[in-house]
Design a protein around this ligand. Structure first.
Ligand SMILES: C[S@@+](CC[C@H](N)C(=O)[O-])C[C@H]1O[C@@H](n2cnc3c(N)ncnc32)[C@H](O)[C@@H]1O
Length: 251
């Protein structure tokens, strides 16, 4: 999985593909009014980040995104919240370099690192964000333990991903048990499969962006990614996987 994301980054300019998630389609077009006109082409991704962070206070907070990819969610946080500081951690250095190059806002910093061994001291963050990255983690329980370690007491994990996808080699019930029995308290839990399915259907969503970025060098990989998106959409339609979000609180 890590290798796949590294290959995606090859040949892209730093500002290309800032979001690598499926997005979230609002039930009504008017629900995008809060997004500035210059950001509307990323509306499904902005909406996913906002939905995942629903109910979290960001004012003056230290925020970390684990699996920050090419920096889109951190950019959203920097421009649409008044968080005090924003860090992104990501194992693929090509992504770290692209995000650092594209986003020079002073509150944002990106570093290389792995979810199972976060390069931060204990009690460093008030909020940890994790969007569509945990399906890459072989040791999900280690990720949860690391989040608890770097969160301050009272801090929150805003978490979302695809679940129960049988093409991934995981014991999904065991992962769910790890989530439910970790040392973080579940505060919110929501199935957002339908909204993610709708976003995947849209021509101006992730597949459209991939099509625009397709060139001779990446044609095979990007058309494979678009077929992958289509497969996820069909799995969601057939309820063969789910897309879920949680808010978990450090007690
Ligand atoms: C689908 S992308 C999502 C990126 C970003 N969160 C977003 O919403 O655009 C998944 C990301 O997880 C990262 N990732 C893979 N394995 C990881 C690990 N062990 N620890 C942290 N991040 C990881 C990948 O490099 C990739 O950037």
């Amino acid at each position: 999985m890590k290798e796949l994301y590294r290959r995606v980054s090859e040949g892209l300019a730093p500002g290309d593909l800032p979001f690598m998630n499926y997005g979230y389609a609002e039930p009504r077009a008017g629900n995008y009014d809060w997004i500035r006109p210059e950001d509307r082409h990323h509306k499904y991704h902005f909406s996913l980040a906002r939905r995942v962070l629903n109910g979290i206070v960001l004012h003056g907070k230290a925020v970390l995104e684990v699996g920050s990819g090419r920096g889109g969610n951190c950019d959203y946080l920097a421009r649409y919240s008044d968080a005090a500081s924003i860090r992104g951690v990501e194992p693929c250095w090509e992504n770290v370099a692209a995000a650092s190059h594209a986003l020079t806002r002073h509150r944002i910093r990106f570093v290389c690192g792995d979810a199972a061994s976060l390069p931060f001291a204990d009690n460093t963050f008030d909020v940890v964000l994790n969007i569509e990255s945990s399906h890459c983690y072989p040791d999900f329980a280690a990720f949860l333990a690391e989040v608890r370690r770097v969160l301050r007491p009272g801090g929150a994990l805003a978490y979302a991903d695809i679940w129960f996808l049988n093409t991934l080699p995981y014991d999904w019930p065991a992962r769910l048990r790890a989530l439910e029995s970790c040392d973080l308290r579940i505060e919110q839990e929501e199935d957002i499969s339908e909204a993610v399915f709708e976003a995947l259907k849209q021509e101006d969503g992730l597949s459209g962006t991939l099509r625009q970025l397709e060139g001779d060098a990446n044609r095979e990989l990007f058309s494979q990614l678009r077929r992958g998106n289509e497969a996820i959409r069909l799995h969601l339609a057939a309820a063969q996987c789910r897309y879920r979000r949680w808010i978990l609180r450090h007690p």
